[in-house]
Design a protein around this ligand. Sequence first.
Ligand code: NAD
Ligand code: UFG
Length: 330
Amino acid sequence: MSILVTGGTGYIGSHTCVEFIEKGQEIIVLDNLCNSKVEVLDHIKTITGIKPKFYEIDLLDREGVKRVFEENDIDCVIHFAGLKAVGESVAKPMEYYRNNIVGTLNLVDEMRAHNCFKLVFSSSATVYGKPASVPIREDFPLSTTNPYGTTKLYIEQILKDLCVADKRFSVVLLRYFNPIGAHDSGLIGDNPNGIPNNLMPYVTRVAKGILPHLNVFGNDYETEDGTGVRDYIHVLDLAAGHYAALKALSEPGVSIYNLGTGNGCSVLDIIHTFECVNGIKIPYCIAERRPGDIAECYADATKAEVELGWKATRGLDEMCASAWNFEKNA
Ligand code: NAD
Ligand code: UFG
């Protein structure tokens, strides 16, 4: 029996493939390579000794998805594939709704047609919108502030409705907080195209001299140092969270887990830790607040610890060191 990983050549998907292969699982990767490179598969082989079977297929290509299920005995799907840039989703909402939602509908329809009923879905802390308080628990109210977030919220609802209607399905919704860092080998990591939207890839490109300085979006939030606070989680801890989530797939219905550390960390904390751990100065300017940003967002990650036995173990030093180790080799 195999596990299908959609979006498996992407940032979080590639680290999760490594984790699963190292745990002895057979992995099949599906990706259309719209935001990743095929060479990632060679890097996975260098790290693990195994190159996963790969299908370059778009989830919007229903026939292609069908073929993957016809040619393989797939027991379970880990579904990462999707577009994820918040700003781009505001400019191109139709592309985001089509890609993320129709892609998921095609996937689930083909799962059902081939008697595959176990699904782990990459959701996001973005579904909590502007939370009334922190730390955020899984039962907090849901809302969104941009089309990307709306796709995550809609897909969560679609999968909840599916599980009500079809009791054979077992679905785990994993709400990620802010994944950063990279595999210790420096071979795989976060490598966005163009100018990064997210903080850590921006910092590493400033460190490398590709970008002149970092803009810190606002220093007048009600936080300890005035800059935005987030729950940064090492991507290897996040990958391990997916393996732990397999446990929840033995029960039918939907299970929901936050994957975060439970610790809030400011933009200035990231800059200072990065500088200290890597011995590189990060020039920065204080800029206007970024529209749509919130002051604080961090998880209550107790549920995943109690029910899945999973807990993030890596600290900010390791996250900053590994992110730089990847960028300087890229
Ligand atoms: P990523 O862009 O590196 O990986 C996503 C992969 O999906 C890419 O390789 C891309 O080529 C592929 N893809 C996109 N649309 C596809 C389609 N229609 N058919 C086939 N492949 C397609 O992103 P990531 O950071 O690894 O994120 C993985 C998932 O986690 C996404 O669903 C994202 O929304 C979610 N997530 C990410 C973060 C984050 O900060 N990185 C936070 C919360 C949730
Ligand atoms: N920031 C800067 N300068 C930058 C980039 C970011 O100061 O150049 C600040 C932001 O204002 C924020 C913090 O760094 O305070 C983190 O910003 P990111 O863009 O890295 O992450 P977000 O928390 O805004 O959003 C990310 C993903 C979303 C996901 C969310 C929760 O981009 O898709 O985490 O998981 F929904």
